[in-house]
Design a protein around this ligand. Structure first.
Ligand SMILES: [Zn+2]
Length: 271
């Protein structure tokens, strides 16, 4: 296990008392250290993070399992691991999960399966996004057969609030049907591209038949007590094992020491 600073380790001893957290990954790149792309983590750090979850006694259900069981089932430490977009380097991440008996949920863009991403980054920084194709249908089917969950991330990775009603339903229903045909199993979980949504999108997601939806809002996964408003914590390229542990403890991705000092100060004032 990699080094972790004593304060983060001490804080984490109390982690897991506010219910499940969900973690959001994108790419997992070979090697160690800090990849250039903010949404990539190095394989070494990814392994360290999984080992930390295992050692600290986290259960890692899929998102479907999280919402299917009553919240009280998740009283112990629970982390739902998720991957957005389906980068092909996730195959080795999937192997690491399997080695540890852990599971995760993948959100796949059905119109780009087996191809290079067909969506522009639309205002999000693109520098360092992995080149090459995304996971293909055979790989997704195998992941599903190995206990991983496949969810939808639309057909074309579009910002849903920007499109009209008809296109919105297409993005939601067609991606669901296409992915179900690929894996031969129902697809019930959905993640909003860019984390952007509004009330109209939320209604459409339910209408399209999904039973759970997650965003990129930070916080405890079940904080809103709504399976269609699950919160997730972003794991960034720069996260150390210390900041990872603090994310699990605070249920927030704002865990720079500066944020924590502000939090502590507010807490002290309240007392
Ligand atoms: Zn995405």
């Amino acid at each position: 296990m990699s080094w972790i600073d004593p304060l983060s380790r001490a804080l984490h001893r109390q982690a897991g008392q506010h219910g499940p957290i969900m973690l959001m990954y994108h790419a997992v790149q070979p090697g160690k250290g800090t990849p250039a792309w903010p949404w990539a983590v190095s394989m070494q750090r990814f392994r360290d993070q999984l080992d930390f979850l295992a050692t600290e006694g986290y259960s890692t259900p899929t998102m479907r399992e999280l919402v299917a069981a009553p919240a009280k089932k998740w009283a112990g430490r629970t982390a739902v691991i998720t991957f957005d977009d389906g980068y092909v380097d996730n195959l080795s991440a999937c192997e690491e999960l399997q080695k540890r008996g852990m599971r995760a949920t993948w959100f796949i863009v059905s119109g780009s399966v087996g191809q290079a991403p067909r969506w522009s980054t639309n205002g999000c920084p693109v520098d360092g996004r992995p080149a090459g194709r995304l996971l293909n249908a055979a790989e997704l089917r195998e992941m599903h057969e190995n206990g991983m969950e496949i969810g939808s991330h639309t057909v074309s990775h579009v910002r849903l609030p920007d499109i009209d009603d008809m296109r919105l339903m297409q993005e939601l229903s067609e991606s669901k049907a296409a992915l179900e045909a690929m894996i031969g199993y129902p697809v019930s979980s959905f993640a909003y591209p860019y984390g952007t949504w509004d009330e109209r999108c939320a209604q459409a997601v339910k209408q399209a038949g999904y039973t759970a939806t997650c965003s990129t809002r930070t916080g405890w996964a079940l904080r809103d007590k709504d399976p269609h408003q699950l919160r997730r914590l972003t794991i960034f390229n720069t996260d150390t094992l210390g900041s990872f542990a603090r994310k699990l403890y605070f249920g927030s991705h704002d865990v720079r020491w500066r944020d924590i000092a502000a939090y502590a100060l507010r807490h002290v004032r309240r007392v």
